[in-house]
Design a binder for this molecule. Sequence first.
Ligand code: ADP
Ligand code: MG
Length: 828
Amino acid sequence: MSLPTERLRSVIALEKKKGCQNTAVIGGLDKFLAKWAVEAASTINDRSVLERFRKLLSRFEYAAMPVEKRSAALDGLTALAEAVEGTPNNIALNKNQNQSEAPVVAEPPAAYRKKVTQSKAPAASPASLSLPVTALKGISEATAVKFKKLGIATVNDLLYHFPARHVDYSQTAKISSLLPGPDQTIVANIWEVRLTTPGGRRSTEAILGDETGNIRALWFNNPYLVKQLRNGDRVVISGRVSDWKGRLVFESPEWEKLEEKELVHTGRLVPVYPLTAGLFPRAVRKLMKEVVDGFSGSLSDYLPSDIRQHRGLIGLSSAVSQAHFPDDELSKNAARVRLAFDELFFLQLGVLARKRAWQHSQPALAIPTDNTLLNRFLKSLAFTLTGAQQKSLNEILSDLKRTEAMSRLLQGEVGSGKTVVAAGAILMAISAGFQAAIMAPTEILAEQHFRSLTRMLDLLATEKQAVDGITSYLGILPDRPFSVALLIGDAKESGKTAIRGRIKTGEVDLVIGTHALIQKDVKFKKLGLAVIDEQHRFGVEQRLSLRQKGTNPHILVMTATPIPRTLALTLYGDLDLSVINELPPGRQTIKTRWLKPEQRSSAYAFIRKQVDLKQQAFIICPLVEESEAVQARAATAEYENLKQDVFPEFRLGLLHGRMSATEKDSVMGAFGTGKLDILVSTPVIEVGIDVPNATVMLIESADRFGLSQLHQFRGRVGRGTEQSYCMLLAENPSEVANARLAVIEKTQDGFVLAEEDLKLRGPGEFFGTRQSGLPDLKMAKLSDVPILEMAREEATKLFQQDPGLKKPEHRALYDELIHIWPQTGEWS
Ligand code: ADP
Ligand code: MG
């Protein structure tokens, strides 16, 4: 029939003649095939041939094959050419069809998969990947709106909308061997279909049979199936089997007629997709199958083939297709490895690029260590630094002395004392004549930093004065006052304007604030050091904006999220790492109890007992939803209830995100100085709050929070010398939440908790990569340390060879990278 196959045949012949050295065509056989495939695909009408064609070609890597295997591979191509041409293929398929009608049904369903149908899909091409989903048959504007909610706009987005999991319906059983339980598959004939009304619900019932017996299937509350299933149909049925009054029944199973096409919903590893209201599993799965079949072959593989070969990674088209509709567990895993590798590889390339950009931008201003001041400061403290604090401080100070801007991550467990280390560095910056800034994620935390820093400065200074929101200390610097200001969004505009003015003139040495610090109207005279607290709360973008506030200031980011080192290097590969891996001496372990809902009153009794002992308590209200307004209302109601009905004898305070800065400040101040016994708070309390006399915490709806977040909450107690307690309440926890609560109850070690959290949630969610400006991780997991290492090594190597990705063989990779990291723009 066609020209393309003739050309393929002649290339194959020549290649064989030349001893399979990959010399028949210039550029190699793989390149030829890729081009050839595009042309040939448009001539194929038979869907199953197309399927086979894509499958073979997407995994075909001739250059990577050992020479002795090449001849057989070429034969495979010849067979494919035959299939494309027509006849022999149809015979093969007919044979398959006959098999499917054979009475024996215990065979793996793969044998039934290939069916002949006419392809209705338009010929796909790389350009078609960027088509809107509405270009697909059967997707209306209204459906597109629903997909939009899942972040899906284009065909390409659909290809990357991976299933949340797969259900294994790949093993078929005979009816006689079914047992109550999930994930079972049979191939059977329908003896009878009828409408029933169990419990008054119109439902479909079918009696199914194979040569070993009969079984009932019931689709509860679904009368529509009566019209779709017919007596005598041969069907594949997959789902849960339950025991109903001593007889087995399939409960609303997935079903598929055997005649139709390749199995999509049954008899295989069946994908389960994340959905949103108005999208239905079966319809989405069917659509995904068409999209994967029709378009995954058009994905061009940007990954350099030497990396793919070296790491044994499968091709991109094949990976995407197998991630959705895997042939088997092995292929599914190979697909995940490839896709996870890509995510981590791009992540690593991105951070390396950023680091390079920083190093190549203007030099930083060196900050020498003023040893006299530093020693005075350390002596003024009520404690001596732990070894780990001292070591971290030294690392920071030696960075500051250099003319290359510091980018350091200070990682330390909750309560390990990061603030004082930062304070040491800040003093050095200011003593050297620079300005410094601390940015915190919440106003409450910014205010607290302001309080604790001014407390440290109080000890150091001979005199202080507060005017217009600026506190000036005398006796710290030899020749001038040392001025500190707090800049938060909530403050009065006039006050903020005045402070901004003084930052600009350099009259303010140290400014502590929230996002307000990175607003356009904040200009520094000579910002030398910027400290960012609780780094995981901020995006890369925000870190960049703070950096741009000065002539390449030194940056110190602090986090209490303990990140396994390899992961830290991948996610924050642009940062050097200091770790405070010990707590100050004398810290108690916090006794943690997960209580049953009916133990609420004993929790209250316990709080009462503690408060009677002059201790203080936190009660954390449920995370209602992501709206501060709703949370504030809920917390207010809870506060009123507790105050009137539960603890009328105590002094209660309320804290939520909707309060003004002054209100928050006065509540925190009152709690900090012991004027309140119990602080009822929304989750705004999460980070950083330091009130050593608070020894008991009750967390409501603890199942709603992640492990790291619970650990952060819990870190609000146990900060003094008294034994501290944390109680967790959960009404109706899910299975995963149960696992989390069990872990937090047993474990104090933030590092272990972070590991567990990663296992339970996966790094994408764990780090909130979406918010943080890092590309989303869909496939990569913590257990992927080997992939992580692989990605890091390959990225580093590639980066050394071709830092700008300028070489032609890296063009595709470059395009993909700037697509993923459009915001960096540092690759040009
Ligand atoms: P985090 O690392 O969680 O930010 P902080 O800096 O808030 O911790 O410190 C927690 C508490 O520990 C503070 O009250 C601080 O004064 C105290 N602290 C810090 N370092 C030491 C130390 N070496 N010995 C004793 N207490 C310390
Ligand atoms: Mg802190």
